[in-house]
Design a protein around this ligand. Sequence first.
Ligand code: GDG
Length: 752
Amino acid sequence: MITQDKYTFNRLVLASYRLPFNLITKDKQTQIVQNSGGLVSAILSLSQKMDTNFKQNFAKKILWVGHSEHTKKEFADVDSDKNTFDVYPVNIDPKINKKYYSGFCNDMIWPLFFFFSSVAVMDESYFENYIKANHLFFDVIEKLIQPDDLIWVHDYQLFLLPRLIRKRFPKANIGFFLHIPFPSYEIFRMMPPKWRKEILLGMLGADLIGFHTNDYTQHFLKTVSRILGYENSLRKIFAQDNIIKADAFPIGIDYDQFSLATESIEIEKEINKLTDALGEKKFIFSVDRLDYTKGILRRLLGLEYFLKNYPMWHGRVIFNMVVVPSRDTIPRYQEMKKEIEATVGMINGKYSTIGWRPIIYQYKSLTFNELVALYSFSHVGLITPLRDGMNLVAKEYVASQRHNIGVLILSEMAGAVAELGEAIIVNPFDKQEMGEAIYKALEMNDDERNHRIFQMKNRLKTYTVFSWTNDFFNQLQLIKNEQKIMEIKYINSDIEKEILTNYKHANNRVIFLDYDGTLVPLAKYPELATPNPNLIGQLKKLSSDDKNSIVIISGRDQSFLEQWFGDMNIFIIAEHGALIKKPLEKWEYEIDIDTGWKDNVYPVFQRYSDRCNGSFIEEKKASLAWHFRNCDADFAFVRSQELKEELKEIMSNELSLQILEGNKVIEIKKKGYDKGFAAIKFIDQKKNVDYILAIGDDKTDEDLFKAMPSTSYTIKVGSSPSNARYNLKYQNDVLSLIDKLIGESVHSEMGE
Ligand code: GDG
């Protein structure tokens, strides 16, 4: 059970494509009607019971931003239950909406994310309108947002919205939840590069990103790492300027709403009607929105297999298939509807008798009472989507089992399967398995039915829609707290002032600067990361101050560093401390260079280069490095682990060797020196150093940060955790800091 904590959020602002209600005018009377769909069902329960479930936490009313053709005033005029939430309609021009919603959302993302990639339509104008529509949502939110609001953005129609909010309100509390599956990287990458990057960056505008299952979360983390290059650890993504959490939050239902409803008089009446109509016949039930992901046609084939192979059940069982109208203005959906109806006709034509028809097909919406009565009355719930984010129908079916007689047959492709393991699990593409599952369900004894439903009920009771929400909000609060701790480490104007003031007053300063990722951005190949004239100019100016010793401390080899910095008034420490060069002097070895070991290691590195496309070996004076920055990340990771294992074996004979892990590089070198060791030695030789600044971005810079005296200013570039005292978000920030140091040098020279 998730305990409810006190959040620091004040109001809850929801943003979803659809508002939960629509206004419909009939006989000159305007009525408010509920929209169908999983998201609406879930959030509506939440808003209705906000008062009892989130009493101490939020301001009473939820604010709900969603698309509608109606105005705020029109809603206010007919809203009979004004206490639950305030609606903020987003009006979208029908032309934009067509390309945005019917186009990009339902013709592109929907099929692609449900793994029906062959039917995804990639039209540039769809994406342009997707951007426009997300901006329209932002325009409404911009006007209502307050500092402590929690803005919870829902689903694939609003991928870009979190980032739009973040840009304008950097400190906003933003959650994002995806109700549909997140596809594997291979599917996601089918989108044009610009779209896929925008979508990921859009989502990463949130502080917390939720999915229904662990699989979808993993797909997302991998996709972010492959497309944007952001690393993650324990589901925290280290973007350049923020830490974002991605995790699984399987949506729950309002269990009591269904369970208690089965005891109501209204539902008793509905059940009586069904009993009168069906007598002793067993009853199989399914309900889905009209959609190709729901597996309706395949289900019919499973039923046909059952009818063909188990004739003893003819006349004794009825299958009620309710299809709820949805998106039926889209040609693909219209065709599917026709096909469903033809298949129902075919099966009924083949197996009906004068007194019995196996399938009762209905194309309509049900009232809540009708729905619960059908759930509760049926002996089998046949829920077999080809793919589903979660599938709430399956959960509602279980919660509505008053006498625990129903057997749930559930597709292994539904997210819900993780929590409903006592169902009969089927592959929806396998008609034989489905047919046999129907037979098994109908023949199952009461004890087993009871036991299975009982187990599933217990789970659903515990993790309801309210626990789901609470879990999400708790996690959002935790990541916000973590960001705040990180915020203290980011260099702000006060910290910067201290760094500059102490610099100004110091007389014997040492400034250690890592090269790749610190002075220049990381590049695909090391030789491409060369310093530009501006950087060279900056380093010249900084090193012209007599009080400064500037040290470039890098894993790079001697020749590269010599080429660019050899003629400057700069100290160079190459190969993590193996070699050092004082300004205008010759290189000196800091260690005893014995490279006999390379003969054993090189062939191993060579083998891994051959086995891992895109990787390459860099041979330095005192070390060998295997780079895998340009490889398939997962594959290279596996290979790098294998390589490490193999190297360990070699090292058991060569005890003086050490593995150094850098950013997408594995290096092997002699033990006994690293950047920290080299830097300490440098400081000791200098004597009377009264100011130390050390900046780096790489794992190997951690040795440097750890070794420095606590009064030093150690700075890590990027947002990941580090031994450094402070963090700078971007590599470019290092250059700005250098400019400011130069400014201080100039002022002190002028005696200011
Ligand atoms: C999306 C994801 C995910 C349906 N027909 C009627 C009716 N409903 C209600 C059900 C249920 C909801 O609609 C359908 O939810 P699902 O989860 O089964 O499916 P999607 O609409 O595709 O929902 C899905 C969900 O979002 C939540 O995150 O689980 O994977 O695709 O609550 O009861 N309700 C009434 N009459 C109907 O005719 N009253």
